[in-house]
Ligand binder design. Structure first.
Ligand code: HMG
Ligand code: MG
Length: 299
């Protein structure tokens, strides 16, 4: 297999991890937690979403969180932005990277952001243009790429077409979401071998939820195919409220363990990362899913 020597990990715990949690974490605790994550060596942290708090109450304090954290030099702080209202708050909060999002399937797009795909494209296009003019990096998320909770299978042509639309807008990076954790390594290989004929590997990231335990296997095949950016969530937190049955992202701590022990450099301190996982686990009052955290507790 082809192993890269370095990997970029984008921590999405404070956003994807908390958005689906019933237990509300105080603003102060979120800030302390993100500061712990910043101290672990992570270089990218998605800290919140500037969405309607009626739909995502867990992230209602996005501006206070973004303004309250310590900004560590060399760390990029990103957030989800669905519309101009959200962008104005993201710019006011001095977010480094603006992440726009849409789905590969109509039903998930409608459930998630209350728009058809055709209605969404011009909105995101303006957002990417305005965020870029404001000097921000931009990332596009395409969800339900490997399966949709409402529509089932998703055609590769549709994924290519929408990825093209997102790149045409001018995004710096595209993150392909296995929103409900359905993907298997063979499916990843088939999708990537087509996608990589259209887009360079260094512009793509993969975002695997680990609902069925296949995320690390999916990451291995992606690595072999040249992908070097992955999204993950400390402790394996995460889920989309508009994707029934979806569970957490692949755990950052498990991913780091695997990569570091393979000699693939992540630059992240496992002990500090596990301290951050332990911190949020206590605040949530429940056991998180990561294997590394369980090992850590068993001494
Ligand atoms: P809408 O209802 O269609 O929006 O929501 P609207 O423009 O008609 O406005 C309705 C109300 O929302 C208005 O308030 C607006 O002011 C307010 P009212 O006049 O009724 O009092 N509003 C806002 N408030 C705060 N911030 C905003 C904002 N925009 C409008 N930005 C909208 C459209 C997209 C905003 C809504 O549907 C929404 O917020 N949805 C949440 C979607 C979400 O966060 N989903 C989870 C993240 S995606 C994900 O998890 C997948 C990912 O991880 C990848 C993967 O796993 O595949 C990224
Ligand atoms: Mg997600």
């Amino acid at each position: 297999m082809n192993w890269p020597s370095n990997i970029t990990i984008k921590e999405v715990g404070p956003r994807d991890g908390l958005q689906n949690e019933r237990t509300l974490i105080s603003t102060e605790d979120k800030i302390k937690w993100i500061n712990l994550l910043s101290a672990s060596g992570l270089k990218h942290i998605e800290i919140t979403s500037f969405v309607n708090p009626k739909w995502i109450p867990a992230l209602a304090d996005s501006i206070q969180v973004a303004k309250g954290i310590n900004r560590v030099e060399g760390v990029s702080y990103s957030a989800l932005v669905p519309n101009q209202y959200g962008l104005s708050h993201a710019l006011e909060s001095n977010i480094d990277e603006v992440a726009v999002f849409m789905s590969a399937t109509e039903a998930h797009n409608k459930n998630n952001i209350n728009k058809s795909i055709d209605q969404t494209i011009p909105i995101l296009s303006e957002l990417v243009k305005d965020a870029t003019s404001a000097g921000k990096k931009t990332r596009g998320y395409l969800s339900t790429v490997f399966g949709c909770p409402y529509e089932g299978k998703v055609a590769i042509d549709q994924v290519i077409r929408l990825s093209e639309s997102l790149f045409d807008m001018g995004i710096d990076e595209l993150s392909l979401g296995d929103t409900i954790g359905k993907a298997n390594p063979r499916q990843v290989e088939v999708l990537l071998s087509t996608l990589l004929k259209h887009f360079p590997a260094d512009k793509l990231a993969l975002h695997f939820h680990d609902t069925r335990g296949t995320a690390l296997a999916n990451i291995l095949i992606s690595l072999d195919m040249g992908i070097t950016t992955f999204d993950s969530s400390v402790g394996g937190l995460g889920g989309c409220p508009y994707a029934p049955g979806a569970s957490g992202n692949v755990a950052t701590d498990d991913l780091i363990y695997m990569l570091d022990s393979m000699g693939i450099h992540t630059g992240i301190n496992q002990k500090k990362l596990l301290d951050a996982a332990k911190y949020i686990q206590k605040k949530l009052g429940k056991s998180l899913n990561s294997h590394s955290l369980k090992v850590y507790y068993s001494g």
